[in-house]
Design a protein around this ligand. Sequence first.
Ligand code: EPU
Length: 433
Amino acid sequence: MTKYLVQGGKPLFGEVEISGAKNAAVAIIPAALMVDGVCRIENIPQISDVTLCLRILEQLGANVRAINRHTVEIDCRKIHSTRTQQNPAGKIRASYYLVGALLGRFGQAEVAMPGGCNFGGLRPIDQHVKGFSALGAKVIVEGGFIHATSESDRLKGCSIYLDVVSVGATMNIMMAATMAEGNTVIENAAKEPHIVDLANFLNSMGANIRGAGTDTIKIRGVDRLSGGTYAIIPDQIEAGTYMAAVAATGGQVLVKNIIPKHMDCITAKLVEMGVEVEEHEDTLLVRRTGPLQKANVKTMPYPGFPTDMQPQITTVLSLAQGTSLVTEGVWSNRYRYVDELRRMGANIQVDEKTAVVEGVDHLTGAPIQAYDLRAGAAMVIAALAAHGESEISSVHYIERGYEDIIQKLRRLGADIRSVEEPEEAEERKAHIG
Ligand code: EPU
C-alpha cells in the first residue's frame, strides 16, 4: 500500500519536463496492432496505463522491445489471437481501443470490458458500437467481453454522425475505418490533440486520414499499414496540472516540452485568476506572486476547458478570493473528491453538475484519498498548498497517468515522498479512526 506524505505550504520553483501524452499513448499503442511491420514509438510516458497496454499487446503475440525509457519498438507481424485475456485488459479504460484496432485489421475482436477511472457514473460505449455497426460489424457484449465481428471480408466505409462528441468513439471508429473498403466520414467528431496525434501516427504508417482536429474526419481505406517511427505529443493535462500546482502554491516554474497552443484553454483561465503565464516556443513560464482571483469554469470538449483539469482547477479556486462557479459539462459525476477538499477546510457546495466554490484563506493538511487519476492530482495540489502534513492514499490512481510525479515535484522544491505502509497498519488505523 503506497501513500504520499506531503508537508505543504512551500512555493514551487524550477523547471519541469512534461512527458508524452497518456491519452495519446493509450490509443497509439493499441493502433500499433494494425501495423504489419515494426513501429518505433518515441516519447512514451512511463506510467502504469502504458505498461498495461504494452502487456496486452504481448499477450496477443506482439513483440515489444524497450529501446530506452521512453522509446519502444512494437512488431505486430505475428499476432496469434484477437481475444484479450481478462487481466490486464479489464483493468484499463483504454482497452476499448483494442476493439477498433483488432476489428480494423483482422475483422474480429473479443476484448474484456474496460475498467479504468470510475467517476461514480456509467461510461457508455454506445457511440463506439454505433460506429462499428455502421462499418458492417456485428457487436455484442456478453460474458464481460465485447465481441465484434465484420459481417463480410472487409469492413465497408460509411458516414457516421456521432450523437455525442466522444474522444474514445472518434478514435475507435477512425482505427476501424483505416483499412475498411472505401471512404468513411465521421461527423461531430471530437477534436482533442490526441485525436490529431492518432491520425498522424496512422498516416505515418500509411493510412489516409484527413481533417483530424476538426469536427469532420475523412478516412480513405488502405490495404495495409507498414512500419515507421513516430513521437507522441506532450501531455496537455500533465502540463496543466503542474501549472495549477504553481497557481495553488505560488512560486515560478518553467514548464518544458509542451505545445503552447494545446495549453491555451488552461492558460487563459489561470491568467484570469491572476497567474502570470509567459509563452515561449515549447515552454511556458508560470508565476504566481499575488492573491488568486475567483473565476467561472465550464468543462467542454476541446478546445474548451478540459474535464480532466476540473478537479485541479477547482482545488486552485478553493484558495481564490471570492466565489467561483465550476460546471462539469462532460461527465455526470466528477465531484466525489470535493469531500476530501472539505476535510482540508475548503468551502465547496456541489449541486449536480455545478460546484459553488467559496474561496478560503488556506487549506489544512489531512489524511485524504485519491478517488481517481485527476482527483488524485487535485489531492496532490491541495496537499502541496495546505498548511501542515497530508497523507494521500490510493495513489496507484495517480501513477496511472503521471510519470515520476514525486521526483518532478521534489525537483521543484516540494516536500513530498512516497512511503510503503503494511496493510495491517492500515486496518488498525481504520479501526481507531
Ligand atoms: N459518451 C456516450 N457514449 C459513448 C461514449 C461517450 O454517451 O459511446 C459520453 C460520456 O458519457 C461522456 C462524454 O460522452 O459524457 C465524453 O466521453 P468520451 O468518450 O469523450 O470519453 P472517453 O473517450 O471515455 C477520454 C479520456 C478521459 C477524458 C475524456 C473526455 C482516455 C483513455 N480517456 O475518455 O480521460 O475525461 O476522454 O475528454 O482517453 C483521464 O485521463 O483522466 C480521463 C478520464
